[in-house]
Write a protein that binds this ligand. Sequence first.
Ligand SMILES: [Zn+2]
Ligand SMILES: [Zn+2]
Length: 358
Amino acid sequence: MKALVLKEYKKLVYEEVHQPQPGPDDLLIQVQACAICGSDVHGLDGSTGRRIPPLIMGHEASGLVAGVGTQVRRFSVGQRVTFDSTIYCGHCFYCRQGQINLCTKRRVLGVSCADYRQNGAFAEYVVIPEHIAYPLPDGLSFEAAAMVEPVAIAYHALQRAAVKLNDNAVVFGAGMIGLFVIQLLKIAGCGKIVAIDLDPDKLALAKKLGATHTFTANQGDYLPAIHGLTNGRGADLAFEVVGTGQVLKSAIDALRQGGTAVLVGNLSSSADLPLQQVVTREIRLLGSCASAGEYPTCLDLIQRQAVKVEPLISAVAPLAEGAAWFERLYAGERGLMKVILKPNRVENKREGDQDHGS
Ligand SMILES: [Zn+2]
Ligand SMILES: [Zn+2]
């Protein structure tokens, strides 16, 4: 089969590799769509230590069941599915209480680190355990289904915060996850939903998708404005979806006493904490990692278009052209958000047409 392989840091090659074989509890998936995640782009240069080559990346995907292991009961060949990015064991202390994102044997598709290597879905086929797969609702496209992972990450962040009707919230970072957080805060019945970002284009999109107010991050004076919007108190909730010390500090400053900050971003591995502020103002800091079984709910929200994914899809392209799209994302091309790669063999549709370089 063909796959997009990270051969060495910053070097992606579309090439022939061995097709994986499903074990007894596995599904063989013919990948129909796989989205490029920010973590794949950041992982490209080795800076995160989570994409050690050689590796097939890709964990935001959907496809058709093309084969089933001998023990598989819930799925059959031809079924349309998506799957969790996390492979969890189902038996450990955390899995048994539903915290599958904290599984002690957790592996992430398309990730290789010191502990494991798990090839992902930038390939014609990928093998996944049956228990992480979810059937697609009728009418939901493969491309839209490939967006469910970031929606689920945003959904999990809201679950952590226990959002209440008419809460005022500030979202720091209007990238992919931030824009889904904003849409979900609107659905959850929040009052003021403030988006902060450096990029005016993202802020315009944030406004379209549910933010009531937007501020450019480098224009400094948005904190008094947030206090002005919240009876001088500060926001009930802050979502930190960037992951730097500076933004964390701003998130804490934006909160009222007793407010809650949900920390999703983690660009920096550590950050200074304004300790006295957190203690004396009784700020709650909650980490939020991946998602814990929220996929079916999120698939339903996407299918009903309560959560809109289309405005965030910048391009749908053949997997063969993946390396070039990674380059453009790595360069931080303005206006480029989600890129979805499709590994379908072009020759299946148009015989003799080889002009996609496959
Ligand atoms: Zn992702
Ligand atoms: Zn587990």
